[in-house]
Every structure is written in structure tokens, then in C-alpha cells.
Design a binder for this molecule. Structure first.
Ligand code: UDP
Length: 491
């Protein structure tokens, strides 16, 4: 289909999209969903009941009202006890619970949709790679099924080697001393498709376990060995120029892999179905005006360091104090996002005494922001990030260099590639105190030295990222190919 020409309801292809219920998954899924709707698909977008409740509280009922035909929302349970907290759920428990309760819920949902008057029968399922079990449900129901992994290609290569890491005896670790005794520096040069010099510490942190039956290890191996090969195709939010070697390795195992990223405004313009947004927290609307005030003059362009650790990272109060004082000492203006659930110490966390006075007029701390807008703003010149894949890609697309402080999962892999391969990142030590934070921020924001080099490389990647999703670009061509493939799969 080339356009959104109206079609008789029962002839319209109907795609069911099932993201893993975390912010960094729901965001790219919603963009893909809108792009499919714009191309004439009937779309059903599936949230968990928990996230549906959070979105309702953060955004109101409008977040589910497309104001257009053929875009509907449904919910499934996540298998965890009911809760109305506004916080990221435990990733381990969620993975285990969704895998246990998801199959019956998805099957029931498809059956119900197929009985609903005025709704075309489901013709294709696109599930999160982290919900790989859906592929088997779809196959039992004779439906084409695609897996959309929302992580990086380099992270995926590492995950595809988890099975080998176990077979070769690297994982599980022999005992807990292996977390700190230098074992993480063991080279893994036999993974030919990883960057030269890669070490165990550069692989997703889920290998850091002593338990042979570890939940995440087991689930990831299943996703790679049992779920992905059964899928009709794999989608990745990346682009060929950025991750060529990783993608060659992935395609050697999973040939029908579509790179469709970066899934940004070129693929899913904010003006299309604007009421449908996916942020689980409410944006603080002071950010744009504050940034305007710090980037208006030519010499203040790119002067602000933006600090955000994504939707899952949890930091101790002590670390937050060190960040606060490091930012204060670095001297540049900063926009710092401190999610309400960032610090889970008993008693919570508050900005340290004297901090507000120390940074008066040059620091804004908010609970959540429209990150893509912040990164696009001319005042933003650097991003202190946990290197979640969306954040990394959004930063590359905006041409903003990174100060990398990875927290868990494949963030460590993204950090390694950002620093060593793409040249857009500087790494900050894990145990950085205020002095290290100050020095790293100064270096990142400096016009010369490593910060200046990273800034120039980021500007180059910005052009390449945009070219990938422009007409004729690799990701645009792949998205078209994917759309044609699933449009043919009409029931
Ligand atoms: N995000 C946002 N506002 C914030 C923090 C994050 O809009 O204040 C968005 C960000 O743009 C990205 C997603 O949330 O799309 C976070 O995903 P990422 O993969 O970077 O990290 P995760 O949260 O999964 O660790």
C-alpha cells in the first residue's frame, strides 16, 4: 500500500503491536504504529493494564483517542500483582511474569478482535523481541509474526552470543568474586562481530550472574535461539551505516532483518495523530522556555549539558549528591531530569542543601521532559546519558555528543561503541565522584580536545542518520519493504 486510501473494513490489513511494557520499548513501538496507520493499516496497540493506568494518569483519556479511524488500544495483564504506582516495574519480575501469563492473554485478545464487528481480522503481529513468546502464539494461529527488538544492533550481536558464552564456560560466573576480581576484563575476541578489544564488561550486564538458571539469561537465550528464528522477520531501530558489521552478523543468522531507524519525526511526524503520546510521566513544560533563555545568543548555542538516565536507572542518594555537586562545579548551564523514582533509598532524596543557590540561574531540575525536543534544541550541546538505545540514537540523530554513564543491560555495549566506534562519546567512570563528574562535563562541553572531536563526529552522524530515513535512504527503503510484506499477508 502506498497511501492511506480508505478500504472496506474487512479487507484492511490489521496489525497488532505488542511492546514490552517499559518506556524505552513503548516509544519506538508507537512511532512504528503511527507510520503503519499512516500507510493504511488498521492498528491495534497493546499496553499492559499497569501502563494503561499510568498513561491515563499522566496524559488523560486523550492519550488513547486517535481522533481517526482504525487506531485502537487494548490491554493485557502483565502477570504481576495489581498496583497503581507511577514507577518503572522490576524488569526481572516483569520479564518472567509476562512470559508466563502472556501467551493466553495474547491468544484471547486476537480471538476477541477477530469476533469484533467493524474490526478487520488481525492479519499480522509485531511483538517486542523481549516478548518473543508471542511469535509462537501467532504461529499457532497461522498469523505472520515479526519481532521488533528496540535495542541496538551491537547489543543484539552480544545477545546472540549468550548461548556460546554459556557453552564456552564464561557464564555463569564461578562465584561473586568474579564481579570485581578482574574477570570482567577477559577478552571475548572470539566474538568476531564485536569491536576489536571487546571484554566481558562490554557485553550486556545480564551475563553478570552466578546462577545457571538466571531468569534474564534464560529468557534472552530463548529469545535468540528459539523465538527469533521462528519469526517471519526482525525489525531494528538502527540504520545500516551506523552498525554495518553488527547487522551483517545479525543478517547471517536472521536474514529477514529490517533496519528502520532512527524512528524519529521523519518516520513518525509529531503532527500525525498528535494526541497519541507514550510518555508514562508528565513532561515538565518549563524546559523549552528555559532552553530558549540559554541558547538565544550565537555564543550560547550548544552551551547546555542535558542530564538524563532514562526510565529505569536507579541511583543512590549519595551518587545523586555527587552528580549535583559535580554539575555545580562544572560551571555550564544544565538541564537535569530526576525522575520521581530515580532514588529509592528509604526517605527518598532531595537536592543537597545550598545547591539551588550555587546554581541559581543556570540549572533546571525537572521530573521528566520531552527528550527529543530537548536534544533538538539549539541550546543543548552535550548529553550525560545512561546510554539506553533510544537515548543514544536520539542523541546521534540530533548531533549531540554523549558523556556515557551506562547502568545496565546493553547500555555498556552501546557505551563502548559510542566511544570507540562512532566517536561521539566520552566514558565516565562508574564510581564517579563530584570531581570526576566536573572534569568529564568540562571535557565534554569544551570546544577543543575530546569533547570537540566528539561534537564533530556527532554532527557527521546526524547527517547520516537523517539520510537513512529520508526518501531513498536505507531505513526508508526497508520500512517500505516491510510494509509491502505485511500488507500482502492479509487474511
Ligand atoms: N525519555 C523522555 N523524557 C525523559 C526521559 C526519557 O522522553 O525525561 C524518553 C527518551 O526520549 C527515550 C526513552 O524515554 O525515548 C528512554 O529510552 P532509553 O532506551 O534511552 O532508556 P531506558 O529508559 O529504556 O533505560
Amino acid at each position: 500500500m502506498a497511501s492511506s486510501e480508505p478500504q472496506p473494513a474487512n479487507k484492511q490489513p490489521h496489525v497488532l503491536l505488542i511492546p514490552y511494557p517499559a518506556q524505552g520499548h513503548v516509544n519506538p513501538f508507537l512511532k512504528l504504529a503511527k507510520a503503519l496507520h499512516a500507510r493504511g493499516f488498521h492498528v491495534t496497540f497493546v499496553h499492559t493494564e499497569y501502563n494503561h493506568g499510568r498513561l491515563l494518569r499522566a496524559r488523560g483519556a486523550g492519550a488513547f483517542d486517535a481522533g481517526a479511524e482504525g487506531f485502537r488500544f487494548e490491554t493485557i495483564p502483565d502477570g504481576l500483582p495489581p498496583s497503581d504506582l507511577d514507577a518503572t516495574q522490576d524488569i526481572w519480575a516483569l520479564c518472567e511474569a509476562t512470559r508466563r501469563t502472556g501467551p493466553a492473554a495474547v491468544r484471547g485478545l486476537v480471538e476477541r478482535l477477530n469476533r469484533t464487528d467493524g474490526v478487520p481480522p488481525v492479519s499480522c503481529v509485531v511483538a517486542d523481541g523481549a516478548m518473543g513468546y508471542v511469535v509462537h502464539v501467532a504461529k499457532e494461529m497461522s498469523l505472520p509474526a515479526y519481532l521488533f527488538f528496540t535495542h541496538s544492533g551491537c547489543g543484539f550481536v552480544a545477545y546472540l552470543n549468550f548461548d556460546q558464552l554459556v557453552k564456552r564456560g564464561y557464564v555463569p560466573f564461578k562465584d561473586e568474586t568474579f564481579f570485581t576480581n578482574g574477570y570482567l576484563d577477559t577478552p571475548v575476541d572470539w566474538i568476531a562481530d564485536m569491536l576489536p578489544g571487546a571484554r566481558l564488561r562490554d557485553l550486556p550486564t545480564f551475563i553478570r550472574t552466578t546462577d545457571p538458571d538466571d531468569t534474564m539469561l534464560t529468557i534472552i537465550i530463548k529469545q535468540c535461539e528459539l523465538d527469533s528464528p521462528v519469526a517471519d522477520g526482525i525489525l531494528l531501530n538502527t540504520f545500516d551505516d551506523l552498525e554495518r558489521c553488527s547487522l551483517d552478523a545479525i543478517r547471517a543468522r536472521l536474514p529477514n532483518t529490517f533496519t528502520v531507524g532512527p524512528l524519529g519525526p521523519e518516520v513518525s511526524p509529531p503532527s500525525y495523530l498528535p494526541s497519541l503520546t507514550s510518555s508514562l510521566w508528565r513532561d515538565d513544560d518549563r524546559c523549552a522556555a528555559w532552553l530558549d533563555g540559554h541558547g538565544a545568543e550565537e555564543d550560547s548555542k550548544g552551551s547546555v549539558v542535558y542530564v538524563n538516565f532514562g526510565s529505569i536507572t536507579v541511583v543512590t542518594g549519595e551518587q545523586m549528591d555527587e552528580f549535583a555537586w559535580g554539575l555545580a562545579a562544572a560551571g555550564c548551564p544544565f538541564l537535569w531530569v530526576v525522575r520521581p523514582d530515580t532514588v529509592r533509598d528509604a526517605g527518598g532524596w532531595a537536592l543537597p542543601k545550598g545547591f539551588a543557590e550555587a546554581v541559581a540561574g543556570r540549572g533546571l531540575t525537572v521530573g521528566w521532559c520531552d527528550q527529543e525536543a530537548v536534544l533538538e534544541h539549539r541550546a543543548t550541546g552535550g548529553f550525560l546519558s545512561h546510554c539506553g538505545w533510544n537515548s543514544t540514537l536520539e542523541s546521534l540523530r540530533a548531533g549531540v555528543p554523549l558523556l556515557c554513564w551506562p547502568f545496565f543491560s546493553e547500555q555498556v555495549t552501546n557505551c563502548r561503541y559510542a566511544c570507540e566506534e562512532w566517536g561521539v562519546g566520552l566514558e565516565m567512570p562508574r564510581e564517579a565522584g563530584r570531581r570526576e563528574v566536573e572534569a568529564a562535563v568540562r571535557e565534554l562541553m569544551g570546544a577543543q580536545g575530546r569533547g570537540g572531536t566528539a561534537r564533530r563526529r556527532a554532527a557527521e552522524w546526524k547527517e547520516k542518520a537523517r539520510a537513512a530515513v529520508a526518501p531513498g535512504g536505507s531505513s526508508r527503503v526497508n520500512l517500505d519493504r516491510f510494509i509491502q510484506e505485511i500488507a500482502r499477508a492479509k487474511c
